[in-house]
Design a protein around this ligand. Structure first.
Ligand code: CU
Length: 162
């Protein structure tokens, strides 16, 4: 391989390593967690910034870390009990806007974990956008992260406690 070819290959590899910026979708402060080491499900949280210049919608998510990945939110079931439901239409994020996936709110649900989410490890999550397409993010596992002060308590939800 000539020097010139090597340089070109390196440059291409560099470009492919930063798809988040190339696509204009930025993810800040992402983390994934499970309620316990034996939990069958977990969730991922993050702030998604849409810097693509056009309105977009997060329509799906995928990950090798779980058998099934869904976009979820919490709704008030009426008696003070918060319930998780799938949001099939996804989450719209206007141009220049930010969508906060957080505890007690919208989240990426990881159902049927293929292995325990170990503290300090990381998982790859693919976010699928209507316009921007697929963007892969590496998300650190942080089981010890405390929920933000404004999140509702979810004690007693077992595996779904997030
Ligand atoms: Cu959920």
């Amino acid at each position: 391989m000539s020097f010139r070819t090597t340089l070109a290959a390196t440059f291409a590899a560099t470009l492919f390593s930063i798809p988040a910026f190339a696509d204009g979708i930025m993810v800040m402060d992402p983390y994934a967690r499970a309620a316990s080491p034996s939990a069958k499900s977990g969730a991922a949280f993050m702030m998604i910034h849409n810097e693509t210049g056009q309105d977009d919608t997060l329509i799906a998510a995928r990950s090798d870390a779980a058998a099934r990945v869904e976009l979820h939110t919490h709704i008030d079931a009426g008696d003070g009990v918060m319930q998780m439901v799938e949001v099939e239409e996804g989450f719209p994020i206007a141009a220049g806007d930010m969508h906060h996936m957080k505890r007690g709110g919208d989240h990426v649900m990881l159902m049927g974990l293929t292995g325990p989410l170990e503290q300090g490890a990381s998982i790859d999550v693919t976010l699928v956008f209507e316009n921007a397409g697929e963007v892969v993010f590496t998300i650190p596992v942080d089981n010890e992260r405390k929920p933000p002060a404004d999140a509702h308590g979810h004690g007693g939800h077992g595996d779904h406690d997030h």
